[in-house]
Design a protein around this ligand. Structure first.
Ligand SMILES: Nc1nc2c(ncn2[C@@H]2O[C@H](COP(=O)(O)OP(=O)(O)OP(=O)(O)O)[C@@H](O)[C@H]2O)c(=O)[nH]1
Ligand SMILES: [Mg+2]
Length: 356
């Protein structure tokens, strides 16, 4: 039974970067992933692409032939794909390593909130190819810096959960940048656990002092009530280059798909599976407020990283297939050492050998 991650989120939320990072990370732990580009606008795939929708349909061609703008063109392209689902299913079937597939999806939010094409495509993968799927919904953590935008992303996440109707993991991406945006009124856990939203209301009102703004504040409060009533939304945090954050996220994803509880692992990652089954890597998880805000610099100093003032260095490889071939040898050596240390720590904590 194949497993799949459907990577969704608004434009620029970090989907393609995540697909690349997750691909490298999975390679490093011994799983054999494939990546499928489902975004007809994504003409710069940074990861090794096992199937690229752009080989069949390209946004710029649709825009020209149908005289549509980028949004209309994308909807049209996805509807075309929905109309040729058999062809798509055959293409996915023909992927060599298709036991674990990461799908890089387009960024238009209407595709996840009310349009049916994506949902039909995902459900077909589930039904016809027996995929165990999980949605990884990325939202830029910048949005938590504004109270009303925070409520908006809660609604967006809830809408996507209800529309797509698959196991859903919401993620605040680019958390390494959050400290640069200034002080937050609450600890990070408040935002990730979606705690009592009534604390947010005075801040929303302060944000919009005009008369129209007050009505807007009331609307925002009503939306917050809806989100709280459902009680479904929560967030993980992610900085793609930070291994601990990838480890935590993959542990959550593996639980959601049931990968951890499968009878056999699908390829070479027995150590990972055994350790996460017993909570070994999660027990090493750090407090996110401390890690990303209060003691960010100390953590990074301890890890031997230089402060790039928030500049994202998209070059650190997780494994042998890292895109930056020049650094491949060094990053592989570092990775192996860190992996070895993590394994030894797990063995110490559990008082037994990890089986490989
Ligand atoms: N600091 C930081 N930057 C990131 C991270 N992830 C992605 N980025 C940056 O965010 C920008 C957008 O990333 P993409 O991966 O192209 O985002 P996307 O969601 O695929 O964008 P679209 O396909 O256009 O919707 C790039 O400049 C990335 O380098 C992260 O974890 N930390
Ligand atoms: Mg992209």
């Amino acid at each position: 039974m194949p497993f799949g991650q459907l990577v969704l989120g608004p434009p620029g939320s970090g989907k393609s970067t995540y697909c690349h990072g997750m691909y490298q990370f999975l390679c490093a732990i011994g799983r054999k992933p494939s990546v499928v580009n489902l975004d007809p606008a994504n003409d710069k795939t940074v990861y090794p692409c096992s199937l690229d929708i752009r080989d069949f349909i390209r946004l710029e061609d649709i825009m020209e032939s149908e005289s549509l703008g980028p949004n209309g063109g994308l909807m049209y392209a996805l509807e075309e794909m929905e109309n040729s689902l058999d062809e798509f299913v055959n293409q996915v079937k023909s992927i060599g390593d298709r036991e674990y597939v990461i799908f890089d999806c387009p960024g238009q939010v209407e595709l996840y909130t009310h349009h049916n094409a994506m949902k039909t495509i995902f459900k077909t993968l589930e039904k016809q190819l027996d995929f165990r799927l999980v949605v990884v919904h990325l939202v830029d953590s910048y949005y938590i810096t504004s109270p009303s935008q925070y409520i908006s992303i809660l609604l967006l996440s809830l809408r996507s959960m209800l529309q797509i109707d698959l196991p859903h993991i919401n993620v605040l991406s680019k958390i390494d940048l959050i400290k640069n945006y200034g002080e937050l009124p609450f600890n990070l856990d408040y935002y990730t656990e979606v705690q009592d939203l009534s604390y947010m209301f005075p801040l929303v009102e302060k944000e919009s002092p005009s008369l129209l703004g007050q009505k807007y504040a009331k609307l925002t409060e009503a939306i917050a009530d809806v989100v709280e009533d459902f009680g479904l939304v929560a967030f993980e945090v992610l900085a793609v280059e930070d291994k601990q954050s990838m480890i935590s996220l993959l542990s959550v994803i593996d639980k959601a798909t049931g990968y951890l509880f499968g009878s056999t692992e699908i390829g070479g990652d027995a150590v990972w599976v055994e350790a996460t089954r017993q909570g070994g890597y999660l027990s090493a998880a750090v407090d996110i407020q401390e890690r990303w805000i209060d003691y960010k610099d100390e953590y990074e100093k301890a890890a031997g990283k230089h402060d790039h003032d928030g500049e994202f260095q998209d070059s650190e490889g997780y494994g042998p297939d890292a895109a930056d071939a020049a650094d491949a040898d060094t990053s592989q050596t570092n990775e192996e050492r860190e992996w070895q240390e993590a394994m030894e720590q797990w063995e110490r904590e559990h008082g037994k050998k990890a089986t490989k």
